[in-house]
Design a protein around this ligand. Structure first.
Ligand code: TYD
Ligand code: MG
Length: 466
């Protein structure tokens, strides 16, 4: 039984007559009843239940209910939207400077990573100046209160609603008229218009679309929490990415204390912006200067570690890349494992290393890991990955005061990367004495007390190992 809300006894939402049909997720073809195979394109298992299109008259209306009209581009006002600060600086940074009225944000991430914690903290902070509502479909209000106690927020101005039925939620929203709404989580919400189970693609999509329309019409900030399921996120947040304005994903390793939030899409700010938090006894705390968080400060220099200066959104981070090269453990094939860097890229770099250094990589296991659960997908990491591997292979440590960046081409050339000067400056700020860079990223002027090693080719780069 779902918990009853005070609105259950009021007028039942008008939900009797709306028709459902089955639509193919591949070709968009429709069928009045469910079938294993799409009658239009013949693909199997692609039909999902959906609501039939609304009657034509509604379709010509725009979001505010008026008929749409053609406008001159130059006549449209483009005032910079006012930002609503969440009071959590790292969250505001990922959002591009705070929320915007009418914005719909999807916050995705593995279970247990801290989604509910973060949004309870944000709701509590926002509650001081805005009407907020936290809708919980996963936990009871008592569970939320326990969390709030732990966070020291038990007296914060937070309003809770334990409800999972979309129509009831919407009627509550109409009464409470909040300016900020959190739905925790979208996978638990269902509409009675569809017979599919809560959490199924059709329910998640329909509920999110209805809530989004509501938010846009009233200028309400809507935050949808979504779990990422391990198996390709079938009914997960992925199906919503195109509906919402911003998609934020929690990254990182639940075993470490650090949590990263990345904006993978943002209509009101830069994509790829990163927020860094530490999970503490009393909730998530922003880390304002995370630059050196992902270095594992060895007592002395160790083989197989290289420091990369990477870019995350608008900030630079120093990250340690670790590699272990070891004779294959008895099996016929050698293993290649990459955590935090791309597999294909690793294969390419290994082939290149073989070509330029003559090192025999066959029969050797190669493992590469990025410290701190960080994921790196910029090619500027190539040099650091290559040198970490080479350092482990030769069992010889790199200078611990050396940091690097640079993309590597298939013919062994070292290519320049964007924002080289800022990367160098960050390494210098953190006390590094040597920076290995692509030749074209070499600064025009010398930098006091720092040696810049600018290279054209991979062979030159490998020489830093001595
Ligand atoms: P939670 O926000 O419930 O995760 P999600 O909503 O993403 O599933 O976070 C749960 C984890 O965070 C849980 O393992 C306990 C931990 N935690 C802390 O370490 N400190 C805290 O103050 C709180 C509230 C949670
Ligand atoms: Mg949760």
């Amino acid at each position: 039984m779902r918990p009853r809300t005070s609105f259950d006894n009021l007028k039942k939402p008008n939900m009797a007559k709306q028709k459902t049909l089955y639509q193919c997720t591949e070709c968009g073809g429709q069928s009045p009843k469910w079938q294993g195979q799409c009658p239009s394109c013949g693909v199997w298992n692609t039909l999902v239940e959906t609501l039939a299109a609304p009657p034509p008259s509604r379709r010509f209306e725009n979001l505010s209910g008026a008929r749409s009209s053609v406008r001159e581009l130059s006549s449209i006002k483009t005032d910079e939207k006012e930002r609503i600060l969440s009071g959590i600086a790292e969250l505001d940074r990922v959002l591009g400077g705070g929320f915007v009225a009418g914005e719909v944000v999807l916050l995705g991430g593995d279970p247990g990573i801290g989604k509910s914690t973060l949004l309870l903290q944000a709701t509590a902070a926002l509650g001081a100046s805005k009407e907020t509502l936290y809708v919980t479909g996963e936990e009871s209000v008592e569970q939320i209160a326990l969390r709030a106690q732990r966070l020291g927020l038990i007296n914060a101005p937070v309003r809770l609603l334990a409800e999972v039925q979309l129509e009831s939620i919407v009627s509550q929203l109409d009464t409470v008229k909040p300016e900020i709404v959190v739905i925790d989580s979208i996978q638990t919400i269902y509409t009675e218009l569809l017979t599919a189970a809560p959490g199924s693609v059709s329910q998640v999509r329909e509920c999110a679309a209805r809530l989004t329309r509501y938010a846009k019409e009233r200028g309400v900030v809507l935050v949808l929490i979504g779990h990422v399921t391990k198996e390709g996120a079938i009914a997960g947040p992925r199906v919503l990415e195109h509906i919402v304005d911003a998609v934020l994903y929690f990254e990182g390793d639940t075993h470490s204390n650090y949590r990263l939030i990345r904006a993978v899409k943002n209509r009101f700010g830069a994509a790829n912006e990163l927020g860094v938090f530490g999970m503490t006894e009393s909730g998530l705390k922003g880390v304002a200067n995370p630059s050196a968080l992902f270095l594992s400060r060895h007592e002395k220099a160790v083989p197989g570690a290289a420091v990369l200066i990477t870019l995350e959104g608008t900030r630079q981070l120093l990250v340690e890349i670790q590699a272990l090269v070891d004779p294959a453990g008895g099996g016929m094939t050698s293993r290649r494992l990459a955590v935090g860097v791309d597999h294909q890229r690793l294969a390419l770099l290994l082939a290149l290393l073989h070509r330029v250094s003559g090192a025999q990589m066959g029969g050797l296991d190669v493992f590469v890991n990025v410290v701190g659960g960080m994921k790196i997908d910029e090619p500027a990491a190539d040099l650091a990955v290559l040198l970490a591997i080479y350092s482990s292979l030769k069992n010889k440590a790199l200078d611990p005061k050396l940091a690097m960046f640079g993309e590597v081409g298939l013919t062994g050339e070292v290519r320049p990367v964007q924002r080289g000067q800022e990367r160098i400056r960050e390494a210098v700020k953190l006390g590094f004495k040597k920076v290995l860079v692509p030749f074209q990223n070499k600064p025009k002027q010398e930098i006091h007390d720092v040696e810049i090693i600018a290279v054209h080719r991979v062979e030159e780069a490998l020489e830093v190992l001595g």
